[in-house]
Write a protein that binds this ligand. Structure first.
Ligand code: HEC
Length: 122
């Protein structure tokens, strides 16, 4: 963490304006591709050079405020800081998308054929 930046304090009270908004989740899915998040986190956010965002064991927390802090400030082991490069409302759309992962609301979901064992990492 850089001196003077305390995301828990700075972002602690932020609220996602798009909670449960399907259009925002779909936009977030497109932004996840457009900003190349998938290049490090995998096409379905299942992990690559960066960690999976599909599981519930996120190192830096899964609350809206914690996700916002991670994306805007970056994290030391290779997560770039996007604050200033991605408008705030788009960061919230991406977070709305991340929240739909592994749920039936996930936009642009991979269809798994009947009788096929779903892949856990993709
Ligand atoms: C250059 C590769 C790279 C890109 C591009 C990238 N990330 Fe990351 N991301 C990482 C790495 C590596 C970590 C783990 C950082 C750490 O543990 O300190 C991470 C961590 C995260 C985390 C926290 C995961 C956890 O376990 O708490 C989130 C959320 C996240 N990234 C979202 C995004 C989003 C959204 C984008 C696109 C705007 C993005 N990342 C783009 C490499 C990347």
């Amino acid at each position: 963490m850089q001196p003077g930046i305390h995301p828990q304090v700075v972002f602690g009270n932020l609220k996602n304006p798009y909670v449960g908004d399907k259009t925002a989740a779909a936009a977030g899915r497109q932004l996840f591709l457009a900003y190349n998040c998938y290049g490090c986190h995998g096409g379905r956010a299942g992990g690559g050079m960066g960690p999976s965002l599909r599981d519930s064991t996120n190192t830096y927390g899964t609350s809206d405020a914690q996700l916002f802090a991670t994306i805007s400030e970056g994290r030391p082991a290779g997560m770039p800081a996007w604050g200033g490069r991605i408008p705030e409302n788009q960061i919230w759309q991406i977070i709305t998308y991340i929240r739909t992962l592994r749920t039936p609301q996930e936009p642009d979901r991979v269809q798994v054929a009947r009788n096929e064992v779903p892949m856990t990492k993709r």
